[in-house]
Design a protein around this ligand. Sequence first.
Ligand SMILES: Cc1cc2nc3c(=O)[nH]c(=O)nc-3n(C[C@H](O)[C@H](O)[C@H](O)COP(=O)(O)O)c2cc1C
Length: 194
Amino acid sequence: MNRREFAKCIGAVAGVAAIHGFSFANEGEKKMKCAVVYFSWSGNTRFAAETISKKAGADLFEIKAETPYNSNYGKCCDEAQPECYGKTLRQIKPIEGLDLAKYDLVFVGSPNWWGTMAPPVRTWVTQNKGALTGKSVCLFQTHGGGGMQRVGKEFAEIFGDTAKVLSPKAFSGSSIKSSVAALEAFASERISGK
Ligand SMILES: Cc1cc2nc3c(=O)[nH]c(=O)nc-3n(C[C@H](O)[C@H](O)[C@H](O)COP(=O)(O)O)c2cc1C
């Protein structure tokens, strides 16, 4: 095959890939079985979780508090503050259909609350630490200007060396809808081990 024929051949393969709506990178990503588990009070972390799950071809699960937090921002902050500072494990509802044994990598999403993860996330991680033994886990969080603060460190501390804790990432909550490319890049990088 000469150079021109080779170039034609590559072009044809790329064309077929484009028509079928996949990329070679995505093909590789799908080999790792992923789940995204998240808690969200006002929707920012939900948007991040949905975006990451689409990119990763992951199953998506929501953590819900047994008793929801107050829907008023100030009241929610007041309610959450002692729980966050005291590392309280707020009761959560069981997540139907989630079998962690099926997954290689579990992304865990939380809003930054008082510098740490939201209590329902702390509860879920603590309750499921055993089932996540030997797996890869990766935190993402959304925040209101504080960035990562203590969230990543405290998340990693819960696991110790029982799981492979991948590098966490913080996303601004107020600009989450314009962060799709960054969220997708985050998903791809962690799946490929970066
Ligand atoms: C109870 C509460 C405490 C918060 N504490 C912080 C904080 O300490 N630092 C910060 O950057 N943002 C803080 N925020 C802002 C949220 O982290 C931010 O709006 C986040 O994107 C919300 O995610 P959600 O829409 O998924 O609930 C707080 C919000 C609430 C409701």
